[in-house]
Ligand binder design. Sequence first.
Ligand SMILES: Nc1ncnc2c1ncn2[C@@H]1O[C@H](COP(=O)(O)OP(=O)(O)OP(=O)(O)O)[C@@H](O)[C@H]1O
Ligand SMILES: [Mg+2]
Length: 258
Amino acid sequence: MGRIITVTSLKGGVGKTVFSASLAYTLADEGKRVLAVDMDLGTGGLDIAMGREDTVCATLIDLLLGTTLPENALFPGDDGVFFLSAPVFFNESQLTGVTQERFNALLAYLKENFDFVLFDMPAGGGAAFSFFEACPLVDLTVLVTTSVPTAVRAAERCAMRLEHPEKCKMLLNCYRLSRPKDNTFGVTEVIQRTSVPIIGVVPYDSGSEKALAKGVPLAADRKSVVAGAVRNIAHRLSGDEVPLLSGVLARRKRYKFY
Ligand SMILES: Nc1ncnc2c1ncn2[C@@H]1O[C@H](COP(=O)(O)OP(=O)(O)OP(=O)(O)O)[C@@H](O)[C@H]1O
Ligand SMILES: [Mg+2]
């Protein structure tokens, strides 16, 4: 039985899509059967982040409405990751006929057939958020934040609004390895302020925009610090105990987390 994970935030632009792409890539690289789903309905970008921009893929809406059967729609890309893209045109009325039972049944099918199903959510949760909140099959919500105060406050508020905060873990993204002289928070402070257990810290990578433009997940550069950090998270998700900053600090000895 696989695990269903949503990657979410209240604030936009904190790195949900970039992280989802890297996590999907890494889990597949480690031999897991992974499905990545773009839930940013109408404006999704996970296809770009995963280098699938020109690939015709079914959407979760197709499967929910039964216009396509999962067994006909799901196939792996070169990276081994199965993918469902976001519909190009979407309005909420498309979900009118979708019942919670139908939604749960589809997630049960996906859970049976994959080790990990990752949903890259839009900021604020989007049109399908209530289905996820009411679905008992969702195992984990990864709440993404950066160390910028506005993002941390949004994470705090998002955690407070979740139906199942006990299923939530926080990802601190874009973390600067050297202490900047600004008002960003340190790891401990972010954990204290959000009161959410942490699943991992992903460092800031100046090559992010370039990787995004090329359609290559950041973690595909296996020697990079980001790849190490995402691998740690993949191992934690598989049940291993990995120290929070394992490997990340070792490569950058002259830096200290704060
Ligand atoms: N670890 C990182 N290091 C440096 N830049 C990053 C990192 N992660 C994400 N970014 C950058 O942050 C920006 C936003 O990333 P992304 O699109 O993944 O955010 P998002 O949370 O999915 O946004 P939205 O809420 O609009 O869906 C991008 O320009 C991306 O390159
Ligand atoms: Mg996104």
